[in-house]
Design a protein around this ligand. Sequence first.
Ligand SMILES: NCCOCCOCCNC(=O)c1ccc(S(N)(=O)=O)cc1
Ligand SMILES: [Zn+2]
Length: 262
Amino acid sequence: TGHKWGYGEEDGPSAWHKSYPIAQGTRQSPINIVPEEAVYDSRLPAISINYDNCTSLNISNNGHSVVVEFEDMDDRSVIQGGPLENAYRLKQFHFHWGGKDCDGSEHTVSGKTYVSELHLVHWNAVRYRTFGEAAAAPDGLAVLGIFMEKGDGHGDLHTITDALYMVKFKGSVANFKGFNPKCLLPSNLKFWTYPGSLTTPPLHESVTWIVLAEPIRVSDKQMAKFRMLLFSAEEEEQRKRMENNFRPPQPLKGRTVRASFK
Ligand SMILES: NCCOCCOCCNC(=O)c1ccc(S(N)(=O)=O)cc1
Ligand SMILES: [Zn+2]
């Protein structure tokens, strides 16, 4: 029932504050990460990711991104450690990308943009009963952000890009069982972490962000498949390609970004 929003001139990030005033809040995401200004915290434990028994359900086009959802009725796939006090359950992952290769990621590193950014969304099922409840709580969500840079094709990403034709239109859903996203993780899990928000409306300030410093690689061909997705539904007359579905960096407003590495 939320107000219609998008990434265009009229309904894009610069207009979101009109329906979602929190857009101008004090812990908004994404941000520009400046490594030299990040505070190295030697007490930060390593991130522990246990997706071994995860159950992927489907892949869908929600008109803003392509999303792969997981069974989250128990702790079969969780992330913990790092800045997190509890285990957080994997709910879904999705992507943000550009129209050309000059930008596409949401977080930037010293102003550098990547061609895409993968978000693995988790919720605190220890403290909250539902995802919706957690999504509105300051310690409700943990999103693992992984940069994607241009390079040779990623071995396992093709499983996703080969499925994108099934969800071309907004509102389409397809079976997508047996996919384990641990294959998308880079070898090094060193990270930056900071308190932030959802990067799309409702922009709830409920996310502990964990952004991995090491990108994974995506090929031209794979990016082209993301860009053939549509923002529009099948019945809409003018078809709009799904691209540039990223929010630009937001003011840090005094927040500290911690680094798990020197
Ligand atoms: N409407 C009742 C429930 O409210 C839940 C609020 O969020 C609902 C949909 N949005 C999301 O789940 C959601 C999840 C992750 C990200 S992001 N890009 O910050 O990782 C952005 C959005
Ligand atoms: Zn996202």
